[in-house]
Design a protein around this ligand. Sequence first.
Ligand code: SF4
Length: 75
Amino acid sequence: MCVVACPQDTIALSDKINKKGYHYMVKIKDNCTGCENCALVCPDAVITVYRKTGKKKEKVATISNVQKDMSLEVN
Ligand code: SF4
């Protein structure tokens, strides 16, 4: 769902599978705009989007019920 929701084609499904047998999301381009679409459509709420301001890293979206974050940094 997150791959389809990304307007920048920043993310894709990995060729590899994780321990649960799923192809997981990977970042393939460095053009994330921080729109949060990927985080908002994730049914498991595992994606957190951060925006870098100067040297600081600020969280753009906070998704509750997160067990393992997938972080995307926006420059
Ligand atoms: S936050 Fe970045 S990776 Fe996520 S949908 Fe938006 S542009 Fe794509």
